[in-house]
Design a protein around this ligand. Structure first.
Ligand code: ES4
Ligand code: ZN
Length: 324
């Protein structure tokens, strides 16, 4: 099974580029940028990665991003991730970035996007890996701050396929971002949002109706609501599920309890993704191996995750046909 998974072509649809910052690279950037970090070795960083919920992860994750200052840092970060994609047979990836994590520290939007985009162009040319960029708003910040971020993105429209919504789900429902998502849609962006990770099925319903999303990120809470599962299956609304993230953040106590196989068999367009691989213990292949070890999934079912991801991706129809 491991050989089958290693050779399986993969498409990633839920990946935060800031979440690919491996401790070794964090140390390298801290040194070359003269930024202090509260750890004395990469091992010490890894030991600190023990989370009991989403917020306990986010606190350490935003701190890690402080070492990213220059365009070269964003380039190197993205390039390191693309090399992992090559190892894992990832042929296409749709990458989230969180501009506010950087602009609020005085790093310009231009620095962030030029660094990431430069590496993506090289990845396409030298590795044959295609990609798209999705800009996320941080939901613990105000809608007004999201509007400001959307304004900053307008000159880079050709490099950004869509907008998303991430960070703390509890206390920050989709209602809070209804207006800025409407504006993003008007400007021609597709929309996605994290929903039903720690939140309720109602949060998923509101995300669909208010934010007009093309995919739901996570969405695993839908299993608590039979009629919502039926609706998601009927409409083939994609869910970008992140198995190792869910067990690390205690959404499920162990992988044996994960509902990804159940959702697949109910006919939902579920996909497998790595979310923040440097923090959650693995990239795409690791996520596939983790679910295949814990759940009774067949090879056909594992391959279906890739077919679903192609269906759910933001590439045009002709490119989708070429990927199958
Ligand atoms: C995230 Cl796992 C997760 N959930 C919500 N927001 C995030 N940002 C980065 N990883
Ligand atoms: Zn995420």
């Amino acid at each position: 099974m491991q050989d089958f998974i290693a050779g399986l072509p993969k498409v990633e649809l839920h990946l935060h580029i800031e979440g690919t910052l491996e401790p070794e690279l964090m140390f390298e950037f801290a040194q070359r940028n003269q930024v202090q970090i509260p750890f004395d070795s990469p091992e010490a960083v890894r030991n600190a990665y023990q989370f009991h919920n989403l917020q306990s992860f986010l606190d350490i994750y935003y701190q890690g991003a402080n070492v990213l200052l220059h365009e070269q840092d964003f380039f190197d970060l993205t390039w390191a991730y693309l090399l992992r994609c090559q190892d894992d047979n990832v042929m296409h990836t749709e990458i989230f970035f969180d501009p506010q994590t950087h602009t609020d520290r005085g790093v310009s939007f231009e620095t962030v996007i030029n660094g990431i985009h430069g590496a993506l162009v090289k990845g396409e040319q030298e590795l044959g890996i295609s990609s798209q960029l999705i800009m996320c708003f941080l939901r613990h910040l105000s809608e007004e701050a999201a509007f400001t971020t959307l304004e900053m993105a307008l000159p880079y429209k050709d490099k950004i396929v869509g907008v998303g919504l991430d960070s703390s789900e509890l206390g920050h429902p989709p209602q809070k971002f209804e207006q800025v998502f409407a504006k993003a849609l008007e400007e021609g962006f597709l929309t996605v949002a994290h929903a039903g990770e720690e939140g309720t099925p109602q949060n998923i319903r509101d995300t669909l109706s208010l934010l007009k999303v093309s995919r739901v990120d996570h969405g695993v809470a839908c299993a608590q609501d039979e009629s919502l599962m039926d609706e998601l299956a009927q409409t083939r609304m994609p869910l970008t599920v992140c198995p190792l993230s869910n067990t690390k953040l205690k959404v499920f106590a162990q992988m044996q309890e994960h509902n990804i196989a159940l959702l697949l068999r109910r006919g939902l367009c579920v996909t497998v993704n790595s979310d923040d691989p440097a923090y959650f213990g693995g990239y795409m292949t690791d996520n596939f191996n983790a679910i295949a070890d814990a759940l009774p999934l067949t090879k056909d079912e594992l391959a279906q995750f890739t077919l679903n991801a192609i269906e759910a991706s933001f590439v045009d129809e002709a490119e989708k046909i070429a990927m199958v």
